[in-house]
Design a protein around this ligand. Structure first.
Ligand code: DQA
Length: 148
């Protein structure tokens, strides 16, 4: 696996969850599009959505052994709360992009604080599902440069 994509709590409900913020595409739709883009680039994508902080941490810990060269993560509400997930990202030291479907800076004040932005390669917020595609392009470019 080259690219690891992680989605946090309640992102399994995309499609019906607050569509004004998160759009009408389901997570399955988003993932199959991203898998195709990755495949067309000759790389592989592994995806996990989890509502549990502990299991997300396990996926991050396993990333190195599973060969991940780049991580794309939408930590969802854990963005604003989880030192544990931040520490897991620091521990594996794999380059990553933080993605949010909604523009978190247009919303409640508590969403403006992220435990990930200062350690990410970059953050994409407010472009809906397209934000994952932008992150994936960056990941693919990074990996292709590594492979020479
Ligand atoms: C989110 C934004 C978070 O504030 C929120 O808790 C989510 C989704 C987004 O994708 O816009 O669950 O990460």
């Amino acid at each position: 696996m080259d690219v690891l994509l992680l989605n946090g709590p309640s992102l399994n409900l995309l499609g019906t969850r607050e569509p004004n913020y998160y759009g009408v595409q389901t997570l399955d739709d988003i993932i199959s599009n991203l898998a195709k883009i990755t495949n067309d680039a000759g790389l592989t994508l592994q995806h996990h959505q989890d509502n549990s902080e502990a299991r997300l941490i396990e996926h991050i810990h396993n990333a190195t052994n599973n060969g991940a060269q780049y991580i794309i993560i939408n930590p969802a509400a854990f963005t604003h709360t989880s030192i544990a997930l931040r520490d897991a990202m620091l521990a594996v030291n794999i380059k990553f992009t933080e993605v949010h479907l909604s523009n978190v800076y247009k919303r409640e004040d508590f969403r403006k604080r992220s435990y990930f932005s200062d350690i990410a390669q970059g953050t994409i917020s407010g472009f809906g599902a397209q934000g994952y595609e932008f992150a994936l392009q960056a990941a693919i470019q990074h990996i292709q440069q590594l492979k020479g």
